[in-house]
Design a protein around this ligand. Structure first.
Ligand code: CP
Length: 352
């Protein structure tokens, strides 16, 4: 395997080592499972069952630990990033992932640069994409937008966030960070003292990244000792999460008192921005974590970002900061996803 290149990793907060995950897995990649992802779309949590999540994280760790660029894995492939809603991390990490693997990009950074500004339908835009690229990564303010473009589109479609619907690749990024932090969370039966009390500060029903993260957490039930949701709302889950929560064996509770639960949490997943209709709203703004908050000494904080004032910058240089490492890992995890969906796993150098 080629030597790892110099890595530009997060400069503040905890750093996560992909070798920790690779050493814990201690096995070859499941090539058959990765190859089976070819030409699939990723729209919502059912498209990412637990075994696929673990294998994409496993491949992401190989991507992060190795020099794969010299194999040009996406040479000749063209990815369309169609963002009809603003993004910093998702669009740029997808584009970085493609560029670093020698694929090509068509980037739509804003709805205003498409025919949408003239009233064109998403169905017609999907029809055009069929002849312009090989895969579409799309974000939109409306939940139903994926369905609309899907009626004209024949390419694999990756949901990069649809209104208050889902953000499944953010959940992949989140679990990639968690599995590098504590690799045994992927085990069928993690040791009792390794299982986590997971706290979610936010409203999953109105926050797509939080919703997808919780759906994925339910798929890792043996790793979760307890799930506590801290929200201003009495019922923060929304209709589609309700059934899954009812079916899980994980003890789940909801509280509006963050100070009561914070000292017990191993992992705190935060968010405050919700897209309601066409505008961003800050929910749960009374919850704020700073270096003065009663966190366990070894607790880690995750956040999909962007943040407002719920996550104080005083935490950035602390050991609680997992959120910068979480964002930094997005490139490798998205490389793993794209190589799999575009059928280029065989181009990787791990199988000599
Ligand atoms: N995590 C995330 O979705 O961030 P962006 O909105 O910047 O893409």
């Amino acid at each position: 395997m080629p030597l790892p290149p110099a890595r530009r990793i997060n400069s503040r907060g905890r750093r996560l080592d992909p070798l920790a995950l690779l050493e814990h897995q201690g096995r070859d990649l499941d090539l058959e499972l990765l190859r089976a992802q070819r030409d699939r779309s990723v729209i919502a949590h059912p498209d990412l069952p637990r075994d696929v999540v673990v294998e994409l994280c496993h491949l992401g760790a190989h991507m992060e630990a190795s020099d794969v660029a010299s194999c040009h894995p996406l040479d000749g492939k063209l990815v369309i990033t169609a963002f009809f809603e603003p993004s910093t991390r998702t669009r740029l990490s997808f584009e970085s992932a493609v560029a670093r693997l020698d694929g090509k990009l068509l980037s739509v950074p804003d709805a205003k640069v498409t025919g949408v500004a003239k009233g064109e339908s998403l169905q017609d835009i999907g029809e055009m994409f069929n002849s312009y690229g090989d895969l579409v990564v799309m974000r939109h303010t409306r939940t139903e937008a994926l369905e609309e473009i899907g009626t004209g589109l024949e390419l694999p479609l990756v949901n990069a966030g649809n209104g208050s619907g889902e953000h499944p690749t953010q959940a992949l990024v989140d679990w990639y960070a968690l599995l590098k932090w504590r690799p045994c969370l992927a085990d069928p039966e993690p040791a009792e003292d390794q299982r986590i009390h997971l706290g979610v500060v936010g409203t999953p029903g109105s926050m797509r990244a939080v919703k997808s993260f919780v759906f994925m957490a339910l798929a890792f039930a043996p790793a979760i000792r307890r799930l506590t949701v801290v929200s201003e709302m009495a019922d923060p889950f929304g209709a589609d999460l309700h059934g899954a929560i009812e079916r899980t064996a994980i003890p789940v509770e909801v509280t509006n008192d963050i100070s009561e639960v914070l000292p017990e949490l191993d992992v705190v997943y935060m968010n405050s921005i919700a897209l309601l209709g066409d505008s961003y709203k800050q929910l749960d703004s009374r919850y704020r974590i700073t270096t003065d908050s009663p966190l366990r000494p070894d607790a880690v904080i995750m956040h999909p970002l962007a943040r407002r004032d719920e996550l104080d910058v005083s935490l950035d240089d602390s050991r609680h900061n997992l959120y910068f490492a979480q964002a930094a890992g997005a490139v490798y995890l998205r490389q793993a996803l794209l190589v799999s969906l575009l059928g280029r796993v065989h181009r990787l150098p791990f199988f000599d």
